[in-house]
Design a protein around this ligand. Sequence first.
Ligand code: 2P0
Length: 323
Amino acid sequence: MASTARAHTNIALIKYWGKRDADLILPYTDSLSLTLDEFYTTTTVDFDSQLKHDHLMIDGQVISPDKSAKVAHFMDLVRQMSGQKAFAQIKSVNHVPMSAGLASSASAFAALAAAASRAAGLNLTPTELSRLARRGSGSATRSVFGGLVQWHRGIDDESSYAEPIMEKVDFGLEMIAIMINRQQKKVSSRGGMQASVDTSPYFKIWPEVVEQDLKAIKIAIQERNISKIGEIAEANAMRMHALTLSAQPPFTYFEASTIKAINLINQLRQTGLNCYYTMDAGPNVKVIYDQKDRPQILAALGQVFGQDNLVVAQPGPGIEYLE
Ligand code: 2P0
């Protein structure tokens, strides 16, 4: 049986950066994200007993088995869980600029987890699906759900999953992604976070920092206070990036235009526009603001980066099955 599922990507307001268990993908900390409507992956999985290995096609391009090892490993997990023995035809279409810090692995593995588990005859609960998606990519754990989502770090495979804390975000929270560079990133998040864990002297304090930031942002969410949410998310993102700058050897996802964007957002804030930034394992900057300020923020960012390089994204839904 074939199954098709769609998952939307998410942007963390409180970042996941570091694994306690690389095989099970258990993080050192909880994290909290906003699922977005604009960026998503649609994936079809069809098990076929004639196949000699899993066949992967992304955006119409055949991906060779040596470049799809992560997916094959993930499919082995689904086969183990379900007793399904056949390999599968996997077709994935991304509405996400790939590997440019827009967390394409989040939507990719969440959609794959949903389509593959259903095609294999597993009838997983959302929590089980979140745990399965986690085995493909940490951030995918959160993309199973819509809106504002918390990933509980847990202590083992069973207890590490995401949970929606506000599925319908009803207070105007919105993001603009500034596309600074659409190229493949140089340091993968997987490699980058491991380097931070292994070599940054500041990593010791990171779990404590996240715990405090998480507590504060959950209060700000309850209060529906976008300024407070933005302020906390911005600080947390920069604390995460401090873990790359303080690694040995040091590295960074910042590019010159990233700094330009940050300076511009700071400037706009000084002129009374309520906006904040966050960024992930790539140079692109995401602006956090209140929907009602969108026209002014778009105009100001557009003057510097060009309207074509701005994508407005609103809170998006969790997993959807298309067939
Ligand atoms: C996050 N990022 O919380 C953090 C912030 C990037 C920066 O999760 O190794 O692709 O597959 O678990 O999920 C991106 O890392 O890493 C990520 P793996 P993933 O969104």
